[in-house]
Every structure is written in structure tokens, then in C-alpha cells.
Ligand binder design. Structure first.
Ligand code: NI
Length: 393
């Protein structure tokens, strides 16, 4: 039977996959600089007979595996390869050998999953009625890589796509699936406020940019509560603020920068006008000028019901109901996987990497680790879901 065949082959590949993961973990590369990782990925893919294209989306790699049937539908599996500017704090033998760079988001595991699934499916080509395209993207952490890959044609002729992200609060050997929204739309904002300087003792002769900025921040947070639909989440964080030169001088300029997260497409659509209206009304009231820079980031990841069902069915069959959770709430984090979903319906699932006997650190923490048992769970789930893909109508 196909599933037990896939599991046996995955077990046989396990030592090699551990080796790959540990190699990648020890040699992390920052977003957009994944040269050695890409060359390594291309080498593994070529060695198992895939057609490989390098330098897609700058430092991305695409591998194409031909199926034996003539189903025109092409399935893509996307993984990401970049690391973070974090100094690793684990005591692992294979800890990062690069100062200040660490795979703290598990993209080393993702790359291993892509390679492992490619290795496994290349041994089962007669089970594939159509082609599988493996997309190894760079620069996910800066939300750029998916756009680069799409621009360079990585999604051309792709009918559907799967993605995966490790998740430390789900135990290893389990997966989480979610129907609908998985992550939020994330946009960047910058607000400049121009007032007028003056003596700290004579406020009536000045236009205090710091005080006006404080009004703007307060008004924005209150307006979320009073003007936005509370059933459609919206988070606005001003993470940076600068202004003023001396304790007794009224500041003429303030610069603020932040991030805006939303889930509902309508909320997302209307955000620039909404912000502009509030900022403008306060600045007008107190005679300041302003500038708002609104930079659209990535949209929300909206998982397709059919593709999610396929993943869920494959995982339940492979691991049993107790190892498959339906994720109850979306995250307000962001993921550029959404840019592939604009091209073709698909689904991203969460792979548990939590330890049974100790708590895990969160993603992006210097001491984040994964229970490596998850690698087999991920590879089998992806490979089996891929085989089942062409069996459905
Ligand atoms: Ni990540």
C-alpha cells in the first residue's frame, strides 16, 4: 500500500535528512544571500534526477519532477531557505558557525522537507499522474522572496500549491491545518509630523510635534476600538518614534514608523484612507503638517478549502486523528506564501516541532530548537498529500 511504502522510504531516508538539516543549520545565510544554500539544494535535486533551475528570484531554486501520467495539473511545494540576524544561543553540536546568523525560524527544516519530499517522490514517479514543482525561495524573512520567485515565473503553469511552517507549540509528530485565514496582511507605515519649534516655556508660540504625535497615536488606537468592526481584527503598532533635540525646546518634527496587521480583505483595503483621515484631522486641528507613507506588504494567507482538506486527509490517514489539529485561530504574523496563493489555490500547514519532555523557545528566539522527529512527519505528510492530489477529481 502506498502510504506504508512512503513511510518505509522516509525512514530509510531519515539519516540522510538529519545530515542535510544539520548541515543547513550550521551554515545559515541571511535573506537574499542564500548562495551556498541554493547551490547545495540544486546539487541534491540534480542528484535525484530533477530538472533544476538556479537563480530564480535572485537566489531561489526550482526543481521539476516529471510524473508518469498525463494529468496536466502541476502541483507546487514551496519551502524557504533564509536565516535571521540572530546570534545562536543553543548548545547544539551543529549550532551556527556564522557569527550573528541563525536558523531561528526553522527554514533549515523547511528546506530539508522540500529536499526530502523531492528525494522520496523521485523514487515513486509512477505514483505521480502529473508534475511536481519544488520551489525553494529566498528572503522570506524580509517578505520579498515570494514576490521575486513569482516575478521570475516560478508559478507559471502551477495549478495548486502546498506550503509548510514549523510551529514550536505543536508537539513533534503532529500537524496543524487551518481552513481560511492562517496569517494576516501586514503593511508598513511611516508618519512624519511637522510642527513649529519654540521655547519650552512658551507653548502658545509653537506647534508641539511631540504632543501632536501623542494625540495621533492615541486617536489611532481608540479609533480601532470605536470605528472598526470588532469582529475583523486590526492591530496597529508604532514601533519607532523620534523627535526633539533638548528638554527645554519644543520639537518641530516627529517621525514614527509601525506595522498594521489585518485579516479581512475589506479592512485591509480601506486602511490607507482610514489612517489618513484620522491623522489629517488631528494635524489640521493643531496646525501641523503631516506626511503618511503607506507601504503595502504581504496579503493574508487564505487557505483553499479543497487543498486544506487534502492535507488534512493525508495527515489523518498517516498519523491518526490524535496527531492532527485544526488550528482554532489565525495568527497576525505575516507570511509571503500569500503571494503564491494569488496565483493558484493552495494551503499551508503547521508542522509541530515541540518537545515531549521540555518546553520549547518561540520562533526567532536565540535558543529555538526543533524536535527532529518532525522531519519524517513533514516529509511523509507532503509526499502522501502530493500522491493523493491527482486522485481527486
Ligand atoms: Ni519563518
Amino acid at each position: 500500500m502506498l502510504l506504508s511504502q512512503i513511510k518505509d522510504r522516509a525512514e530509510r531516508l531519515a539519516p540522510r535528512l538529519l545530515e542535510i538539516r544539520r548541515h543547513l543549520h550550521a551554515h545559515p545565510e541571511l535573506s537574499g544571500q542564500e548562495y551556498q544554500t541554493a547551490a547545495y539544494v540544486a546539487g541534491v535535486l540534480s542528484s535525484c534526477g530533477l530538472h533544476v533551475q538556479e537563480a530564480v528570484g535572485k537566489t531561489g531554486v526550482v526543481g521539476e519532477l516529471d510524473g508518469q501520467g498525463n494529468d496536466p495539473r502541476r502541483l507546487a511545494i514551496r519551502t524557504d531557505m533564509d536565516a535571521l540576524p540572530i546570534q545562536e544561543g543553543t548548545q547544539l553540536d551543529f549550532a551556527s558557525c556564522k557569527l550573528g546568523v541563525m536558523h531561528a525560524c526553522g527554514h533549515d527544516v523547511h528546506t530539508t522537507l522540500g529536499l526530502g519530499t523531492a528525494m522520496l517522490l523521485s523514487e515513486l514517479q509512477n505514483e505521480l499522474a502529473g508534475n511536481v514543482r519544488f520551489i525553494f525561495q529566498p528572503a522570506e524573512e524580509i517578505a520579498q522572496g515570494a514576490g521575486w520567485m513569482v516575478r521570475d515565473g516560478a508559478m507559471r503553469e502551477v495549478s495548486n500549491i502546498f506550503g509548510v511552517h514549523v510551529f514550536p507549540s505543536i508537539p513533534a509528530r503532529s500537524v496543524g491545518v487551518r481552513y481560511g485565514a492562517l496569517t494576516a496582511a501586514a503593511d508598513d507605515i511611516e508618519i512624519f509630523i511637522q510642527g513649529e519649534s519654540g521655547h519650552g516655556a512658551r507653548p502658545h508660540e509653537a506647534k508641539d510635534a511631540i504632543w501632536i504625535a501623542a494625540q495621533v497615536i492615541t486617536a489611532l488606537q481608540q479609533a480601532i476600538a470605536r470605528t472598526q468592526n470588532p469582529l475583523r481584527p486590526l492591530v496597529l503598532t508604532i514601533g519607532q518614534i523620534n523627535g526633539g533635540r533638548a528638554p527645554n525646546v519644543i520639537a518641530d518634527q516627529v517621525h514614527m514608523a509601525g506595522t498594521v496587521r489585518s485579516l479581512h480583505p475589506e479592512t485591509h483595503e480601506n486602511l490607507p484612507q482610514w489612517l489618513e483621515h484620522i491623522i489629517a484631522s488631528i494635524c489640521q486641528t493643531y496646525g501641523a503638517r503631516y506626511e503618511l507613507k503607506y507601504q503595502r506588504g504581504v496579503p493574508s494567507v487564505q487557505n483553499d478549502p479543497g487543498m486544506t482538506q487534502l492535507l488534512e486527509a493525508a495527515a489523518r490517514e498517516a498519523w491518526g486523528d490524535e496527531h492532527v489539529q485544526t488550528i482554532p485561530e489565525p495568527s497576525l504574523g505575516a507570511e509571503d506564501f500569500s503571494l503564491y496563493l494569488e496565483q493558484a489555490p493552495g494551503s499551508m500547514f503547521r508542522l509541530g516541532v515541540g518537545f515531549a519532555d521540555r518546553p520549547n523557545y518561540p520562533l526567532h528566539h536565540p535558543r529555538f530548537e526543533v524536535d527532529e522527529a518532525a522531519i519524517i512527519t513533514g516529509v511523509v505528510t507532503l509526499a502522501y498529500a502530493a500522491c493523493k492530489y491527482w486522485q481527486q477529481g
